[in-house]
Design a protein around this ligand. Structure first.
Ligand SMILES: C[S@@+](CC[C@H](N)C(=O)[O-])C[C@H]1O[C@@H](n2cnc3c(N)ncnc32)[C@H](O)[C@@H]1O
Ligand code: SF4
Length: 368
């Protein structure tokens, strides 16, 4: 079997849980210890025995990998480097929260071979940051950007969020402008999603927050216009990059390539199967120490599921999908072409500008 080329590592710790976030994370330091790091490394060793991992991309996300202490981070990086051949590595991303990056950690990551940081700024407006329950101020985020650039990270993504309750169109425009002045190599701009089982979802259900699709669409359009004018290509609905700075790891996942996920709650797509690890850090450590797999659920990926995913993710990307992938949905395809939500480009089909505004609905047309 060919080696596994894409590796995701989930670090489930955050300084504080954000009220809109549905990722598996925990606050506090109860499980943030050497035993957890050893379990991660053990999971990698076990996987390596089944199928060799020679990564082209590594993505450490979460959670907040930089919420590990500097010596824990150093231990993990060293442990990964001694277990992984890195001669094929093209991209090593680490997600960071501005409240958790000190110059020492930035240096350490750079020296370990990390070449891309994804920084969760969300907004440069302190009121919006407060609504989002973030632990950092706009000034702290500014300083963190300087720290990361100073440590030599030329490849830097800034995460932003729009349609936050109370955020005006002018405030979002100012967020975009400030980001453009900083000129990172990559910008992810996400429309706030009200995820089930979050405080924000509860507030929405109680009517404390309101959704407004027309407003979301206006902010999304503004995002596309401003970032395009600033020299960023929208290579995926929420992702904009300067040429050559697209996230290779994310593109591989969206293209349906195989990847291995390590850590609690991490998904893997390997050998025609999608598995998910247990969403419980203590249980994850316990299982690995007991010689048991940390997998909690398994789904076999048949050809029809793989095709639907290829279409759903492919349509979110600027490259679109090969037309033959839509053969099963001929009537839907013709209709979407006729009403101008899809267009042909180089024998592929992709969303038009208007189609991008309705990307979720277009994607759903091909799920039946
Ligand atoms: C897993 S988080 C990692 C970054 C880091 N933990 C932080 O928040 O600073 C990745 C990004 O997803 C986005 N995100 C998380 N929850 C979201 C939601 N409910 N709606 C839209 N975007 C969301 C945020 O922009 C966040 O920075
Ligand atoms: S948004 Fe980031 S910092 Fe906030 S809880 Fe989610 S993963 Fe943690």
């Amino acid at each position: 079997m060919p080696p596994i080329e894409h590796l995701y590592i989930h670090i489930p710790f955050c300084p504080k849980l954000c009220p809109y976030c549905c990722f598996y994370v925990e606050e506090g330091a109860k499980n943030k210890n050497r035993a957890f790091l050893d379990a991660l490394l053990l999971e990698l060793e076990k996987q390596n025995q089944i199928r060799e991992v020679i990564p082209r991309t590594i993505y450490m996300g979460g959670g907040t990998p930089t919420s590990l202490l500097a010596d824990q981070l150093a231990y993990l990086m060293e442990g990964l480097k001694t277990r992984l051949p890195l001669h094929q590595l093209e991209e090593w991303t680490v997600e960071a929260n501005p409240a958790t990056v000190r110059p020492e950690k930035a240096r350490l990551l750079k020296e370990a071979g990390v070449n891309r940081i994804s920084l969760g700024v969300q907004s440069w407006n302190d009121t919006t940051l407060k609504t989002l329950g973030r632990v950092h101020s706009s000034l702290q985020a500014r300083k963190t950007v300087e720290t990361l650039l100073g440590a030599g990270f030329a490849s830097l993504n800034i995460d932003l969020m729009f349609s936050v309750p109370g955020q005006t169109l002018e405030e979002w425009e100012a967020d975009l402008q400030t980001t453009l002045e900083i000129a990172p190599s990559h910008i992810s701009a996400y429309c706030l999603t009200y995820e089930e089982d979050t405080d924000f979802f509860l507030k929405l259900s109680k009517g404390h927050f309101k959704q407004d699709e027309a407003r979301d669409a206006r902010l999304f359009e503004l995002t596309m216009e401003q970032l395009e004018a600033g020299g960023y290509a929208q290579y995926e609905i929420s992702n904009h990059a300067r040429p050559g700075h697209e996230s290779r790891h994310n593109i591989a996942c969206w293209e349906g390539r195989e990847y291995l996920g390590l850590g609690p709650s991490a998904f893997s797509t390997l050998n025609g199967e999608r598995t998910q690890n247990v969403c419980d850090t203590a249980e994850y450590v316990r299982r690995l120490n007991a010689g048991m797999p940390p997998v909690h659920s398994r789904e076999s990926l048949d050809a029809s599921t793989l095709l639907k995913e290829k279409v759903a993710f492919g349509l979110r990307m600027a490259t679109g999908v090969e037309e033959e992938h839509l053969d099963n949905w001929h009537a839907e395809k013709i209709h979407l072409l006729e009403i101008g939500l899809l267009e042909r480009h180089d024998s592929r089909l992709r969303l038009t500008r208007r189609g991008k505004m309705l990307a979720d609905a277009v994607g759903e047309s091909f799920m039946g």
